[in-house]
Write a protein that binds this ligand. Structure first.
Ligand SMILES: [Zn+2]
Length: 66
C-alpha cells in the first residue's frame, strides 16, 4: 500500500501554500531609441542599444554572403 497523508489538507492550507506559486508577467519598458518594448537594464533586442549607444550588432535583413 502506498503512503497516505495522516491528515486532510484543508483548502485554506492548500491555498496558503499555493499563494507563492503565482507567476508574474515580466516588466517591460519602452526602448528610448526605437520605442519597442524591452526588459529594463537589458540591451534592446531590436536595435541593440544600451545607455544611448549601440553595443551589440542586431540581425538586419541583409544579403547573405555564402
Ligand atoms: Zn531599441
Amino acid at each position: 500500500m502506498a503512503a497516505l497523508p495522516k491528515q486532510k489538507t484543508a483548502k485554506a492550507r492548500q491555498g496558503k501554500r499555493r499563494g507563492h506559486l503565482k507567476l508574474t508577467p515580466p516588466t517591460l519598458e519602452d526602448c528610448p531609441q526605437c520605442h519597442s518594448p524591452k526588459l529594463p537594464h537589458h540591451v534592446c533586442p531590436v536595435c541593440g542599444s544600451y545607455a544611448g549607444r549601440e553595443v551589440i550588432e542586431t540581425k538586419k535583413p541583409k544579403k547573405k554572403t555564402g
